[in-house]
Structure formats: C-alpha cells, structure tokens
Design a protein around this ligand. Structure first.
Ligand code: ZN
Length: 314
C-alpha cells in the first residue's frame, strides 16, 4: 500500500508522521519550532526531522509516494505569505524547500483546507461528494469539496469563509476590514465579548482570565450574559453557513475546530436552526450538519489526505 509523509505545521510546533493511504500512521514525531527561523533553516530542520523519523522507524524514505503538508495561510501556491505568528518564515516555498532536500514530491494546502480533506477522506465526510468543512477556532476557515474534488481557487486560497463580511460596521479583524464572520463568531470574538462584558456577568466576574472556554462555561451554567454572547456568535455562524448551503448545495457541512468541537449540542442546534431558517428550503432539507470526528488528529490526518489526493490526481 502506498505510504506518505504527513507534515502539519502549527504556530508553535510541527507534527510529522508516516502513514498509509487508509489513514494509519506507523511513525510520528513532533518538532518544536521558532518563528524567527529563516526559510532555509525551517526546510533544513523539517527535512532532518523527517529523515530521523524514517531512520528510527526503519522506513526507507525512497519508498514513499510523496509528502503532504498543511500550512498556516495565506499561501501563494506553495509559498508562505505573511503569517503574524511565524514572522521569520515569510516567503518560504514549501515545495522547493522540501522537494530538493527529501527528493519526494510535495503537495501543500492551507491548514483549514487540509483539515477539511482529512475529515472528508477519513472522518465525518467519508463517502460524500459535496461536502463543506468549517473550522471555528481562534479564526474561521473552510474546505470545500465539490463533486468529489477539492475547490482550491486560483492560488490555493479558496474557502476563506471567515472573512466574508456580514456586518460592515462590526468589529475590526486582523485582515484589516470590519464585521467579517471571524470578527463576530470565532473563539477570539467570543473571548473579546466576554472580556468587554465581564462586569455585567455574575459568572464571568468571578473568572480571573476571561477566555473562550470561560464564556462557554458560563453559557453551560446558564449565565445570562454568557448565554447572550454565545447565542449571538452562534447566530452569526448560522447566517454564514446559510450562504454555504445556498452556494454549494452540499450534502453535509462538517463543523470542526477547537470552539465548535468542544461546544455543547445546544450551541450546534442554534447554529443549525439559524442556517436552515436563512437558506432555501429545497437546499436546507438535504444537508446534514455534523461534528468533525478527527479531533486532535485532524492536522496530521489532513496533511496525509493532502498527499493522498495529490498523488491520486496525477
Ligand atoms: Zn476578516
């Protein structure tokens, strides 16, 4: 069975694995990273870690079919543009950097798209042809599968779902515009509202650091202010999902990411009822909303899926 190297690049660490096309890993490791590394150093260090991993597991790298990599975005093809938390890496070309050093073909997707591919091949979306994966964590992103094919866009950045503007006079987002979905419904937005309204809330007043988790805890405990914040965020997300339903007529929307995965069924129900109420009935009747299944594994499984999909489309 064909085997691949999977590389999941995060803000503070990189997860590496060697796995087969069915999603089984037989070796894995983690590499701590430094945002100040220069692009060449990043490639050197990852290539060395991959070689060490293969050696310790007695795997011949030459027998691998290819490498799949999930990277923070935005990307231009396989080139890393500006990422605020990996400032030294700007301009790094994943493909030329790793192909030359490891002598294997490299396929790259942004991390939300990669996680979406992982859920589609190995998780909740198995067997579907029209499926949208939405991740809600500190940011919001999406991976869109149309007719069994990933929609990449012209430069690999399709699915920047978090930056559709829903409320033009709303809060500013790091990308420099106002009122996008991310600024209204992400974990960052929920934490920001919790901090802003802390003194109004009997529950949040007692919390030393108000973060997303604390606001959700207040919601679970029935605190009125926390409930209002979470319901508002859920309503914005539901409105955003209604656009996906109307645009893509999917069979399934998979909700993943740290926020959506840990949230209660009541939150998801609220998101879903809003999405259904705001989209066309003929389309909303045929789409299911399901939670992501891969959890912590979604990054590495996603990178593996990137490699598998790239080799199958050759
Ligand atoms: Zn934005």
């Amino acid at each position: 069975m064909a085997e691949y190297v999977a590389i999941d690049v995060g803000g503070t660490k990189i997860a590496l694995g060697i796995g087969d096309e069915q999603g089984n890993f037989r070796a894995r490791t983690v590499l701590a990273t430094n945002p100040a590394w220069a692009p060449d150093i990043v490639s050197d260090n990852i290539a060395a870690a991959v070689r060490d991993l293969a050696k310790s597991a007695q795997i011949d790298l030459g027998s691998m079919t290819g490498i799949g990599l999930g990277s923070p975005g935005p990307l231009d093809g396989s080139i890393l543009l500006d990422t605020s938390n990996l400032h030294g890496w700007k301009g790094l070309d994943w493909r030329t950097g790793l192909e030359g050093r490891l002598n294997l073909p490299v396929a790259v997707q942004n991390d939300a798209t990669a996680a979406g591919l992982g859920e589609w091949l190995y998780g909740a979306g198995r067997g579907t042809q029209h499926c949208v994966y939405v991740t809600v964590s500190t940011g919001i992103g999406a991976g869109i599968i149309v007719d069994g094919i990933l929609d990449r866009g012209s430069r690999g950045n399709a699915g920047e779902f978090g930056h559709i503007v829903l409320r033009p006079e709303g809060p500013e987002c790091p990308a420099g515009h106002r009122g996008c979905l991310e600024s209204l419904a992400s974990g960052t937005a929920i934490a920001r509202e919790g901090q802003r309204r802390q003194q109004e809330s009997d529950f949040l007043k007692e919390v030393p650091t108000v973060d997303t988790k604390a606001v959700f805890a207040g919601y679970e405990a029935g605190d009125a202010v926390a409930t209002a914040i979470i319901e508002q965020a859920a309503d914005w997300l539901g409105l955003g999902l209604s656009y996906l339903i109307n645009l893509f007529n999917p069979e399934m929307i998979i909700l993943g990411g740290g926020v959506a995965t840990h949230a209660s069924a009541a939150y998801r129900d609220r998101v879903w009822s809003k999405a259904q109420a705001r989209s066309l009935k003929a389309l909303s009747q045929v789409v299911q909303l399901v939670p992501a299944q891969l959890g912590q594994e979604s990054g590495l499984m996603g990178a593996l899926a990137v490699a598998v999909m790239a080799s199958s489309s050759d």
